[in-house]
Design a protein around this ligand. Sequence first.
Ligand code: GDP
Length: 344
Amino acid sequence: MLSLNLEILMEFIVYFQNLTIMNVDLTYYKEGLIRSDRIILGQAITLIESDLVEDRRLADELIENILPKTGSSIRVGVTGAPGAGKSTFIEVFGKYITSLGKKVAVLTIDPSSQKTRGSILGDKTRMEELSRDSLAFIRPTAAGSAAGGVSGSTREAILLCEVAGYEVIIVETVGVGQSQVGVRGMVDFFLLLMLAGAGDELQGIKKGIMEMVDGMAITKADGDNVAKANHARADYQNALHLFQTSESGWVPRVITTSAVAKTGIKETWDMIESFLRHSANNGFFERQRNQQQLSWFYSALDSTIRDKIIRQSKDALASIEKRILSHQISPARAAQHILENLTF
Ligand code: GDP
């Protein structure tokens, strides 16, 4: 009896100790973010990217705590093929935003970091000048799935930056594919950077990507490239007019830019501002934010269920895989079977 009580007492002590540690940590992160401490912002992003169960618990608590203070930034997605000039453009564009007295955060999604734990972006110094600007914060983020869904951790990183007072958040994605679609679903304005090529300007451009963008910038419009860039601009603008008007009622615009000659930079910002005015006026801005919040929930739900199934049904999965491969059971029926035997 006595030993049982002692055990319960010990459990209580450990529980309260953990609770205290958790609160100290939570306060540390929360207060650090509120006073816009860049080191703590970086640490908080590392926390939300962590796969450790303990870190995840604290990350969830942190996110829940800061939620009421989020949502006030302008979220801009920037995409384009490697070599299109994204990092050079973002550096000059970011400096323009800070020259307006606004704080800018750049989150770069690096799809290679998930698989290799290395980074294709890490090997070159990107945005050196912007990273020295006291109004700017730059951070590569892994395209991991810790917070649910492909883009969970980037979505949470956006929220952390907002609490730390960043007014414009640029989410940069490299290359085409899943991360590009993911970014479209977490930003207000999606910008595609394109290099004017020789010959058929529209070759190689996927219609799907064109349908996702709110604006396009033809990069490196300087020197001998100016005429080619202007030509490409007209071609893309025509192509965009062929698409049906998007849900926002906004017709995407195409501009030419040069990070070297610093042209088209203010124009890019003006384009984003007019889109924001347009979408605030017709209610699309809020509708899109709400829709994004719910699709985050559903993708988190998907990955939570999947994780649970994989953790709980390891053996059953191994044996059902064999039955699927020997045509004893159909994949659809196998999925139902696994679900039916899951305990919640
Ligand atoms: P990213 O891979 O899309 O991030 O492209 P980068 O920003 O690294 O640029 C690729 C190359 O294009 C680099 O050698 C840059 O110096 C060059 N570049 C980028 N922007 C411009 C520009 O506005 N004009 C010219 N002429 N070259 C540029």
